[in-house]
Design a protein. Structure first.
Length: 119
């Protein structure tokens, strides 16, 4: 099964949405960096929700795309968990951590991909 980076990113976004992640943003970095094609950024209200979002993303991407992450960082602190699929990097933040790092501002010139999610 071959899945495009955009398809993988959307599966991850919908999985995050299923677990009530807020402020879900998909940034297209394909023309900005060769590190990855997409950043998916979302927020969980507390450590338990961050953990649940990460589990759901990993489960749905595995089931629908047949992929496991290359790495998963930050599970011990649960204020910023990074799930790296190579072409797509998923960032799940607690609100105060997201406000502090402001990834969307750092990559402010990157186009946002419309996901059609109710926010």
């Amino acid at each position: 099964m071959t899945v495009t980076p955009l398809e993988l990113a959307k599966v991850a976004a919908y999985a995050a949405d299923d677990k009530k992640a807020t402020d879900i943003v998909l940034l297209d970095l394909s023309s900005k960096t060769d590190v990855c094609d997409y950043f998916l950024i979302c927020t969980g209200a507390n450590p338990r929700q961050v953990d649940a979002i990460v589990d759901e993303v990993r489960e749905k991407v595995s089931a629908n795309c047949g992929l496991s992450p290359l790495s998963c960082e930050g599970r011990e602190g649960l204020s910023w968990v990074l799930v790296d699929y190579g072409s797509v990097v998923v960032h799940v933040f607690k609100p105060e951590t997201r406000d502090f790092y402001r990834l969307e501002a750092l990559w402010g010139d990157a186009p946002r991909v419309e996901l059609g999610l109710e926010q």
